[in-house]
Design a protein around this ligand. Structure first.
Ligand SMILES: *Cc1c(COP(=O)(O)O)cnc(C)c1O
Length: 376
């Protein structure tokens, strides 16, 4: 089986986890702080707050930046459902924005139209509290355009950088553009701690609120135990952090390998009816997923293509979700397929190909051969 993703885990990770398990100190020790320091240093920001997963990271970031029930958060339409769920869980309303057909990222022109519509009416203007762009599949959204609109309307930006640790746009890393950036360490991402997430920021007040919120609202700087707000238990374990610290030593190697593999796929697909992922000239993506677009007429056969590939021992899957068209959001807000036409088209045509350090060039050739046979 050519698997979609295989985490890059070696003896070093196993030894690091074993050491923590043998120590008997499994939570709330120094390993989480060390991991946070490592990630903050890598991204080049002052603070990193590790949590149990990126969904928790996004949830806490929204609460800590002031999103309350009845508020509005403006968000991209095409993402893992987590991105919209956290808004809804805050009691706020996601207002979706369509995407660009080439990069699958939030369309800044559509964002501008949405913001100017929301801001033109007093009853909605006062409810808009944040913008939540996603760096889809590890390629940065158009952050210069998004940040300029955020400044114009004085809104904080929380980056859903779940897939984008190490990705850059104009040389500037994911997580450095907005008020905060959230990364995931789920096994489908480039580096992993099993489950895990982290928030990076340069805002010390925000970092303090995040530390409190992840740990039952405890005062993170107090001399004695006291609770300054209602919080959650979204803590990361010591063995996850120990594993993450070892993974951080390999992150550049892993990203370089993913880029090399993506280039090989790009060459294999050149001139075929299947579109390789588009990359802006100033963009350095990390290819959390290598997502191609099937030709329009093959979209309705996509499930058959996925099954055919599986029968040939090749694991492929869809890209990600058209969130407004999932049942909960569609029925609550009454969306239809024409509301976000680009996300609708990309959702039906996208296909993720296997990409991980253990795949060989020969196997990549096999993937593309079977794919092109099944679309023709
Ligand atoms: C994976 C992912 C998340 C959620 O991360 P978890 O760590 O699984 O909670 C959120 N947003 C995007 C875009 C993702 O790909």
């Amino acid at each position: 089986m050519i698997r979609l993703n295989v985490p890059s885990i070696g003896e070093e990770e196993i030894a690091a986890v074993r050491e923590v398990l043998e120590s008997g100190f499994l939570v709330q020790g120094q390993r989480v702080a060390m991991f946070e320091e490592r990630v903050a240093g890598y991204v080049g920001l002052r603070y990193a707050v590790a949590v149990s997963n990126c969904t928790g990271a996004l949830h806490l970031s929204l609460i800590a930046s002031g999103v309350r029930p009845g508020d509005i958060v403006v968000v991209t339409a095409y993402s893992w459902i987590s991105t919209a769920n956290v808004i809804e869980i805050c009691g706020a309303q996601p207002v979706f924005v369509d995407i660009k057909a080439d990069t699958f990222n939030m369309d800044p022109d559509a964002l501008e139209r949405t913001l100017s519509r929301l801001m033109a009416t007093r009853s909605t203007a006062c409810r808009v509290k944040a913008i939540l762009p996603v760096h889809t599949f590890g390629q940065l959204a158009d952050m210069p355009a998004i940040m300029s609109l955020a400044h114009e309307y004085d809104l904080p930006v929380i980056e859903d950088a779940a897939c984008a640790l190490g990705a850059k746009l104009s040389g500037k890393q994911a997580g450095r553009w907005g008020l905060a950036g959230c990364f995931s360490f789920h096994p489908r991402k480039a580096i992993t701690t099993g489950e895990g997430g982290i928030i990076v920021t340069d805002d010390s007040g925000l970092a303090t609120r995040l530390r409190s919120l992840r740990n039952q609202g405890m005062d993170p700087d107090g001399d004695s135990v006291d609770f300054i707000m209602p919080g959650f238990n979204y803590r990361m374990t010591e063995f996850q952090a120990a594993m993450g610290t070892v993974q951080m030593e390999k992150v550049d190697r892993i990203i370089a390998a993913r880029r090399r593999l993506a280039t090989t796929y790009d060459k294999l697909l050149a001139g075929s009816p299947v579109n390789p992922p588009a990359v802006r000239s100033d963009s350095d993506p990390v290819y959390q997923s290598y997502v191609v677009l099937l030709p329009e007429q093959s979209a309705r056969h996509r499930d058959v293509i996925i099954e055919h590939m599986k029968a040939k021992g090749i694991e492929v899957t869809i890209g990600t979700y058209h969130m407004p068209m999932t049942r909960y959001f569609r029925s609550k807000y009454g969306f239809g397929p024409a509301d976000f036409a680009v996300a609708q088209s990309v959702f039906t045509r996208a296909l993720t190909l296997p990409l991980h350090e253990k795949i060989s060039e020969g196997e990549q050739g096999e993937v593309v051969r079977e794919l092109l046979l099944s679309v023709e």
